[in-house]
Design a protein around this ligand. Structure first.
Ligand code: SF4
Length: 331
C-alpha cells in the first residue's frame, strides 16, 4: 500500500533562536548541533517536491539563524514550491529581507508575544517587540504578504482586542490567534500558561466578532485550545498524508507535534524521504502493528485525560522553564 501524496512540508531548519518563550515547541532536550547542511536540505526539498508537496514552511527555532536561508528559499522556488517563512522577525534586517525577496519568498508569518511591548518582552525573555514591529514594516515594504501569529495563554489572552488592532495597524492580511498547544516547553509550563475556561470562552467570542467585522480585509483564525474542548483535536488526516515535518537533524516526523507527543517513535535511518514517510504512514493506520505491538488507535489522535482538562488542577506556583538554545550568528 502506498501513502497518498502530502502537500505541505514543514522544514524545521534549526532549533536555535534568540528568544526564550516558555511555550516553545522545540523539544526540551534539543541540542544545537548536527543540523542538515545546505546541500542536504536542498535534497530534502527536491524529494518533497517529487512526492507531490506543493508548499514549504521554513520554521525552527528561528530560521533566520541560518545564513543559507535565501539559498533554501531559492531551491524551493526552483522546485516549484510555494514558500512561507515562519519567524520571530529577529535578524530580519534590510539586507536579509532583500535577499529573501530576491530568492522568491512568497509569504511571511511573523510571531508576536503580545501587542504590549513590556509584556511581549517579558514573555520572549528578551527585548524583541520593537524588532518585530520593524520586521513587519520591512515585509510589507518588500511587497510580501504578511500573516501575524499571536500565541495565546493565560497572561495575554485578555488582550485579544488590542492584538487584533495591532494586526490592522501593521496591515497584516491574516492573523492567527493561536492558543498554546501543550507540547514541549509549553507542557512543562502548563500550570502557568493554561487560561481559565472563562478566559477561553470570552476569547472565542472576541475572535468570532472580529472575524465577522474584518471579513474581506483581514483573515482571522482562532486556533482551538488544548484541554477545554469536548473532543480531541482533529488529526492531520493521518501521519504524513497531508503534512511532513523534517526536523533540523533530518528526522522525518509524522506530524507537527509527534516529537513530543510520541517520544519513542523513530522512523529509522532510511535513505529517502519517501521511504521514511511510507513507513510511518503505514504505522498510523488503525490496528496496524507498530513497534512490535498492535495498537488500536486512530491516526495522530491525541486524547487528553479527563483529569488534565480542568484548570483548577493546575497551580500558578511553578517556576517558568525556558528553552536556552542561543542564536549563533556565525551560521
Ligand atoms: S523561543 Fe519563541 S520564537 Fe523562538 S522558536 Fe521557540 S516559540 Fe519560536
Amino acid at each position: 500500500m502506498t501513502a497518498p501524496r502530502p502537500y505541505a512540508l514543514l522544514a524545521e531548519i534549526t532549533y536555535r533562536c534568540p528568544l526564550h518563550c516558555p511555550y516553545c515547541s522545540n523539544p526540551t532536550q534539543a541540542r544545537d548541533n548536527g543540523e542538515l547542511s545546505t546541500d542536504e536540505w536542498t535534497r530534502v526539498i527536491r524529494e518533497a517536491a517529487a512526492l507531490g508537496v506543493l508548499q514549504i514552511g521554513f520554521s525552527g527555532g528561528e530560521p533566520l539563524a541560518r545564513r543559507d536561508l535565501p539559498d533554501l528559499v531559492r531551491a524551493a522556488r526552483e522546485a516549484n514550491l510555494y514558500t512561507n517563512l515562519i519567524t520571530s522577525g529577529i535578524g530580519l534586517d534590510d539586507d536579509r529581507m532583500g535577499a529573501l525577496r530576491d530568492a522568491g519568498l512568497d509569504s511571511v508569518q511573523l510571531s508576536f508575544q503580545s501587542d504590549n511591548s513590556d509584556l511581549a518582552d517579558e514573555i520572549a525573555g528578551t527585548r524583541a517587540h520593537q524588532h518585530k514591529l520593524s520586521a513587519a514594516a520591512k515585509v510589507r515594504a518588500a511587497g510580501i504578504p504578511l500573516s501575524l501569529n499571536f500565541v495565546i495563554h493565560r497572561r495575554n489572552i485578555d488582550r485579544l482586542p488590542e492584538m487584533i488592532e495591532l494586526a490592522e495597524t501593521l496591515h497584516a492580511e491574516r492573523v492567527e490567534l493561536a492558543n498554546v498547544q501543550f507540547y514541549g516547553w509549553a507542557f512543562l509550563n502548563r500550570a502557568t500558561l493554561l487560561p481559565t475556561r472563562q478566559q477561553v470562552i470570552r476569547a472565542r467570542e472576541i475572535a468570532t466578532a472580529a472575524k465577522a467585522r474584518l471579513a474581506g480585509k483581514v483573515d482571522i483564525f482562532y486556533v482551538l485550545p488544548d484541554y477545554y474542548e469536548s473532543r480531541p483535536k482533529p488529526c492531520l488526516a493521518g501521519w504524513g498524508q497531508r503534512y511532513l515535518t523534517v526536523n533540523p537533524i533530518g528526522d522525518v516526523l509524522p506530524c507537527l507535534t509527534a516529537s513530543s507527543a510520541i517520544p519513542d517513535l523513530h522512523a529509522g535511518a532510511m535513505p529517502e524521504l519517501s521511504a521514511k514517510r511510507n513507513r510511518f504512514w503505514r504505522m498510523s493506520l488503525p490496528g496496524r502493528v507498530a513497534d512490535g505491538k498492535r495498537r488500536e488507535h486512530r491516526p495522530g489522535l491525541r486524547v487528553v485525560p479527563k483529569s488534565r482538562s480542568r484548570g483548577r488542577d493546575l497551580e500558578q506556583s511553578e517556576s517558568i522553564k525556558r528553552p536556552s538554545i542561543r542564536l549563533d550568528l556565525s551560521h
